[in-house]
Design a protein around this ligand. Structure first.
Ligand SMILES: [Zn+2]
Length: 66
């Protein structure tokens, strides 16, 4: 009885994403998997923001400023 498309991102998941992004920044990739499933985390890097999205489910977070 889950509906991933309408799921809200929790604070904990935002922290997870920040950690994963630091790892990505430091070594160019991350071992961290999507917190919702076991999908791979993909990053999109922009000038003043970045976003992370899962390759398998609807998990997506956009964050500003690095
Ligand atoms: Zn996922």
């Amino acid at each position: 009885m889950t509906n991933d498309a309408q799921r809200k991102i929790t604070e904990e998941e935002v922290l997870f994403v920040e950690e994963a992004f630091s790892e990505f920044e430091a070594i160019g990739s991350t071992e961290k998997k999507c917190p919702w499933c076991d999908g791979k985390s993909n990053f999109v890097n922009a000038v003043s923001a970045y976003s992370i999205h899962c390759t398998k489910c609807e998990f997506k977070v956009t964050a500003r400023g690095i």
